[in-house]
Design a protein around this ligand. Sequence first.
Ligand code: FES
Length: 104
Amino acid sequence: MAQEYTKVARTDEVPPGGMKQVEIGGEVVALINVGGDICAIGGECTHAGGLLAEGYLEGESVECPLHGASFNVKTGDAETPPADEAVPLYQVKVEGSDILIARP
Ligand code: FES
């Protein structure tokens, strides 16, 4: 079945090094621009729900603002405790100046 992509933001809202929180079907998603590459991962930390788009981007890792767990923005994997469960990874498509994502 073809993936269903939904427009969630414009590229100028997520400049390189920037993050933006969006929602798709009631799920919180963090859009992250790593060196011009837009990534989309689940926006809620699997430890206690910290909002990752409000955290800190360091290379390809985003650190949760609450207790410092970090997640890989390209895979969603948990890299640093206290989180040990990955966040979902969304498919991303850029069309012109639109950012579209599809659920995993
Ligand atoms: S809620 Fe993210 S590290 Fe605790």
